[in-house]
Ligand binder design. Structure first.
Ligand SMILES: O=C(O)CCC(=O)C(=O)O
Length: 334
């Protein structure tokens, strides 16, 4: 659906609240996403040169396209491919940061769209993710879940927007997002830790509501925005092409929704461990991206890098990454 004036109209808002999703077509044009693609391509190139100089890789597939190169590395050797993707995404996907992702999260077109749903005061919710869905990588199939499943329970009553944005055309073949419409109003559904994929939560098929409802494959152009609520069940299947399905997903919330703005990670962590849950996702930093009431609180690039790095290093030290976890059990124990 096309936006008029960059915002959701009354009718489009009604659609979003009824269906639990909205597809805003071609919000960002090629010129607006190309800098991020280039930043990523440069990071890929640098890492592969380093691996080659250390004698750990022979062919760096220099000269291949943005979509192809990482796929070729994975195809040559899965471990090298996994190392490259880890380098980009970091632990649990939370390590990706740089000037262009920051520009994108703060892009006026995205903020305008978010504002038309949740108002002018906007926090970028801590979980934003870069996804390199590489062909043949089982770990990149994402099971059915609600984003709220990853957040602390206290955030269930709040609307947190997910903006899923492909950097290349997303199709059924390359594993675009799949959505279960009209299934977002019943609140949180039981999630389990996925047995074969560490770090993923899963809603079992039989627990998906509205089972008669058809799932929707969000086949969209690069730069389109798939908007979801935190309660909308979604998943994505394997990439069956020979190229990478690159995408990012960013989240926005109102500052009244619990967050860790202004909190140092150790205080945040101490409270989290005492079960005083201050933020929806304590291990990663929330930050203000737009405020008409207090414009001086909007973070600049250096503050963003500092915040994200401080949290990332604090929480990835040692091996107890305290992701909020109300789901302690696995399917077999049900
Ligand atoms: O990009 C994908 O394949 C899955 C994305 C997702 O699950 C999310 O944005 O919450």
């Amino acid at each position: 659906m096309k936006l008029s004036d960059g915002k959701l109209s009354e009718e489009q808002l009604a659609f979003f609240y009824r269906e639990g999703y909205f597809i805003a077509e071609n919000v960002l044009n090629d010129n607006e996403i190309e800098p991020l693609r280039q930043e990523l391509a440069a990071a890929v190139d640098k890492k592969l040169r380093q691996m080659k100089s250390e004698g750990r890789i022979e062919d760096t597939h220099e000269g291949e396209s943005f979509e192809k190169r990482t796929a070729s590395i994975f195809l040559d050797n899965e471990q090298n491919g996994a190392e490259l993707m880890y380098h980009l995404e970091g632990y649990m996907g939370g390590g990706f940061r740089g000037r262009e992702i920051f520009r994108l999260i703060q892009h006026p077109k995205l903020l305008r769209l978010a504002e038309s749903i949740i108002g002018s005061e906007l926090v970028s919710s801590s979980i934003y993710r870069l996804r390199t869905k590489v062909p043949g990588d089982k770990m990149k199939e994402v099971p059915w879940h609600q984003d709220a499943g990853y957040f602390a329970g206290q955030c269930d009553p709040h609307l947190i927007l997910t903006f899923w944005i492909p950097l290349v055309k997303a199709t059924k073949e390359n594993g675009c997002l799949k959505i279960l419409p009209r299934a977002h109003k019943q609140g949180i559904i039981e999630h389990f830790w996925c047995q074969e994929k560490k770090g993923y939560l899963v809603i079992e098929e039989e627990d998906l509501p509205e089972r008669g409802q058809k799932t929707m494959a969000a086949q969209v152009d690069a730069g389109s925005v798939v908007v979801l609520t935190n309660m909308t069940p979604h998943s994505s299947a394997s990439n069956l092409t020979d190229k990478v399905r690159w995408s990012i997903d960013v989240r926005y919330q109102n500052p009244k929704t619990p967050n860790n703005i202004g909190l140092k990670p150790h205080l945040n962590q101490a409270d989290h461990l005492r079960n005083v849950e201050l933020a929806c996702y304590p291990p990663e930093a929330d930050f203000i991206v737009q405020s008409r009431e207090n414009p001086e609180t909007v973070v600049n690039f250096d503050q963003f890098m500092n915040l994200r790095e401080t949290y990332y290093h604090h929480y990835t030290k040692g091996d107890d990454y305290p992701a909020p976890s109300r789901w302690t059990h696995e399917p077999a124990l049900k």
